[in-house]
Design a protein around this ligand. Sequence first.
Ligand code: IPM
Ligand code: MN
Length: 359
Amino acid sequence: MKILVLPGDGIGPEVCHEAVHTLKALAQARGLSIEFQEDLAGGAAIDAYNDPMPDEVIEKAKAADGILLGAVGGHKWDHLAGAMRPESGLLKIRKELGVFANLRPVAVSAALADASPLRPEAIAGTDMLVVRELTGGIYFGEPRGRSGEPGNEEAFSTMRYSTGEIERVARVAFEWARRRGGRVCSVDKANVLVVSQLWRDVVTQLQAREYSDVELSHMYVDNAAMQLVVRPSQFDVILTGNLFGDILSDAAATLGGSLGLLPSASVGGKVGLFEPVHGSAPDIAGQGIANPVAMLLSAAMMMDELDKPIIATAIRAGVETALNEGLRTADLHREGTTTKVGTAEMAARIRAAALDSLN
Ligand code: IPM
Ligand code: MN
């Protein structure tokens, strides 16, 4: 099994290091051989290659079985524009790999119920999967542009979806619903946007044609944002476009108490891309205090995708044990009730507990 590791920027390298260490330990315990390759992405690649995602890195990615990505971006590169931004590198690799479905599972573990910004009774039972379209919509739509003189400029982006793009990601959502609670809530802005009207029609027709066993509902994105913080437990699978999914998944992620917990898997192409939802967090980079859980859970999603569910389950069990024992990184620590640990210590406990769970 060949894994390409793209640590990226900020806290990316710190959390990636722990994920690789953990995968190595678990693979060895299971007699599985994983070959890790590493390369640069985002700001680190701009510094070294003057390109946030060089074609050589894309080629290596396409030749791998899975890709672990930390995070990209940081203040150092904030002045750059367009294709030279670290974020453009991330968008490029998603597009090149054709990973059109981004899966972001949000479950609030009992150990963390009191870390949620919501009251415990409001958060109880929350267990949802956000399926976000990832290679289309307004992130990639043409035409786009900016013109005019300073003081009198105009700029535009285009939100565009075709029937095929909507159907393929909707299928992913319906399939997941079958394996979960059997319900899909499709989120759009069909009361205003014509692109959302097509989205709603296509999803409705696909459900009627192929997924009548799955319950489908529709929600406008503004209402969905509110429902996520009022009664998040009502959701099973949320299906939505690229921009709405970006926004809603950050809101959903923080229900669990910290963005540092939310993993993601981007699938649909030949090779999957696995990255935590949190960004590069430049304010805490290099201090050894970042939460490694989202990255470790992303590695678990990768092992599931690569048909190694035993390793995936062990990682999740390790996370559960560490949290149940009261270990917390700074983002989740509460003075007097939990034990504050750094990135390495948190990951080491998760790793040890994961290994124990294998026996
Ligand atoms: C995410 C991030 C990216 C996105 C950025 C860094 C381009 O916010 O993965 O959610 O908007 O998709
Ligand atoms: Mn985002």
